[in-house]
Design a protein around this ligand. Sequence first.
Ligand code: GLY
Length: 381
Amino acid sequence: MSLWQTAIEDALAKTKRNIERFGERFPHVSTDGGKSYVLTNNDDWTDGFWSGMLWLCYEYSGDEAYREAAVRTVASFRERLEANRVLDHHDIGFLYSPSAKAQWIIERDEEARRLALRAADKLMARWREQGQYIQAWGPAGDPVNGGRIIIDCLMNLPLLHWAYEQTGEERYRRTAVLHADKSRRYLVRGDDSSYHTFHFKPENGEPVGGDTAQGYTNGSTWTRGQAWGVYGFALSYRYTRDAKYLETSKRLARFFLSHLPEDHVAYWDFDVPVDDATYRDSSASAIVSAGLLELLDLIERDDPDRAHFEEGVRRTMESLVRNYATIDKPDVDGLISRGSYHVRGNSSPDDFVVWGDYFYLEALVRLEKGIKGYWEESDRG
Ligand code: GLY
């Protein structure tokens, strides 16, 4: 069995067992250093990743047990939208792409398609026409967050691009393109590093300045943010074929790969002083691996970065499987240890984080069988 197959078999076994363990609830993060997940009632930004893991396991194995559990999560997401439970934020794409949109992609379920389109409208409600951006957090006019964009949001834009493809309604595409352009101009810095967040004057969109919420300092580069940028700009290119997004994703990827420690798995920030106690964020490396696989699918055969990016994925994924995966701990809930949610906030700094597990599995099944995640559906036939 190949290294990837060994890791996938472990993921399949843990996910099947977790279907029983989690019941109708959703894994979020661990708080015990990596043994068991804290579960939610489908009321956090992370709940779509469990749904996505179930769909990936189903697509890989064909085992109906994963499908049945995945379909139950989509029903839960329908109920969540109808109850409007904790949906007033930008993370609607993280919730509804790997759940309802995944069901549409895999089995052309019309109800799931309609649900994902309603979710896209929910995300559209975050668009601020005066400032020309998608507000990440908080209500319109909020004194702290009213003018804030965040780099993570690039992964929510595919839901809008997909809604445009499905409906032909230009407003979805316009919003996604204008927001990506603003993110590119203000979140990406001249040296190819990135701000986690940036503020604008809500009344006219004038730039105010960049800062961070989860990084080390305002001017540092939060590794997970950089990873969201690599994958997010690649997906903006996938949908628009506008070369500037591809170039931006490549720039962010080169920066990421050239700032890694010896074992090729990122610390939680590229600028944090490193000693033996410094936390990793294995989820940043899982996300960037999945993002690099998307990039590799988009660049030309003879692209000068191809070998470097291929090597980056291989080294990172080998290290995640050999040094971070829980293959030798069959009883724990998570697939990879040493994720960091919010180190400065002392929130799960060295734990399982479900998005880390999701992107690790997405990268594995893409490497092994060419199965993609649920951010876009081109080339699926
Ligand atoms: N999108 C939230 C996070 O990456 O923590």
